[in-house]
Design a protein around this ligand. Structure first.
Ligand code: PMP
Length: 364
């Protein structure tokens, strides 16, 4: 007898079917990149030299992450068992959620915030509890703390936050960790270098604290995909069961030690961005553009109803910026990455022209 055939295609989980598509607008970025909060120049020359020395033979081997985890742990004042390298912080978020979130659990987060928390929550069957920040976009500590319940299993806080640039204080974060002992607190310090405050010193001291860091921003290595997750050794053991042993490739692993060693490069780049941020803030104020205080390498600005046209005009002038209008509570707002002072002076010229054109159009 012929085998039965079926025309029914396999379907994804209901939760996956309900997911929104997330397409970061990465096409045609041959312009000034003030849209993804990357380093807008280049990585350390020491990293470049290391890459140039990698042999074809070296690429035949599987990557070995442990020795490099020991180096980065020592750099952060932690033990190797407390640190896992990941394929960007995105993978850190993904594995942490997969490790801890079950179907009747809740992921608690303030919004607006980094999009991928909700995306990776959808890879689990947990519910997302989003606490909306007020118009000032400050960290909504009181309402977040009030939303903690017995089902809260992960609390995810980007500190500084994106797209607002706002921060939570150390005391607030400690209080959240204390009030939700059944939950994991993820403090995502992707923009740490531009803020300077961290909870990494408390890793291993607090039983439920995880801290994530990336090499995609200040270090200028977004293309290599390198991040890390630090947490208590007992819990990191579970995370490691979920984490692929090969997800950090050998080029990224080779580049990490020289990136860490080249502190002068990092200090220079961060110093440049902070100086540029102050100049850019003054320029926004002079132009009468509302902005939110930022401790990161970007600033959220209010453009209003003409936000899409503003982004288009900036692009036409060679400057890419990111429309955040679809983020909760961000209608009419655009996020602008801070580069060097020279780049930001060009950006200011483009911004003033775009605003003048929009005002002229609006006044027609
Ligand atoms: N966390 C936050 C708050 C971010 O803004 C980003 C990148 N935009 C990430 C994590 C992801 O970083 P990575 O490139 O290391 O995956």
């Amino acid at each position: 007898m012929a085998e039965a055939t079926t025309t029914v295609a396999p379907g994804p989980r209901a939760r996956v079917q309900a997911m929104k598509e997330y397409h970061p607008p990465l096409g045609s970025r041959e312009a000034m990149r003030l849209d993804f909060n990357e380093n807008t120049l280049e990585c350390s020359p020491k990293v470049r030299e290391t890459l140039a020395q990698i042999s074809a033979g070296a690429l035949t081997r599987y990557p070995e992450r442990e020795p490099v985890e020991a180096i980065v742990a020592a750099h952060l004042g932690l033990r190797a068992e407390q640190v896992a390298l990941t394929n960007g912080v995105d993978e850190a978020i993904h594995v942490l959620f997969e490790t801890f979130l079950e179907a009747d659990n809740e992921l608690l987060l303030p919004v607006p915030t980094y999009t991928m928390y909700e995306v990776y929550a959808s890879a689990t069957d947990a519910r997302v509890v989003a606490v909306q920040a007020g118009d000032d976009l400050q960290f909504p500590f009181d309402r977040l703390a009030a939303a903690i319940g017995p089902r809260t299993k992960v609390i995810a806080i980007a500190n500084p936050n994106s797209p607002s640039g706002s921060v939570a204080t150390r005391a607030q974060l400690l209080e959240l960790a204390r009030r939700a002992p059944q939950a994991v607190l993820l403090v995502d310090e992707a923009y740490f270098h531009f803020h300077g405050e961290t909870l990494i010193d408390l890793v291993g001291t607090l039983p439920n604290l995880f801290v994530a860091r990336t090499f995609s921003k200040a270090y200028g290595l977004a293309g290599l995909r390198l991040g890390l997750l630090a947490g208590p050794e007992e819990l990191m053991r579970w995370v490691r069961r979920v984490l692929s042993p090969y997800s950090v490739n050998s080029l990224a692993l080779a580049c990490l030690p020289p990136a860490l060693e080249d502190a002068p490069y990092l200090d220079w780049y961060v110093g440049e961005v902070l100086a540029a941020r102050a100049e850019f803030e003054a320029a926004l104020d002079a132009a009468g553009v509302r902005r939110w205080p930022s401790r990161a390498n970007f600033i959220l600005v209010e453009i209003g109803a003409q936000h899409a046209e503003f982004v288009r005009r900036m692009r036409a002038a060679g400057v890419l910026v990111r429309d955040r209008s679809s983020d909760p509570g961000c209608d009419g707002r655009v996020r602008i990455t801070i580069g060097t002072r020279e780049q930001m002076r060009q950006a200011v010229a483009a911004l003033n022209e775009a605003l003048a054109a929009l005002r002229a159009e609006g006044g027609k």
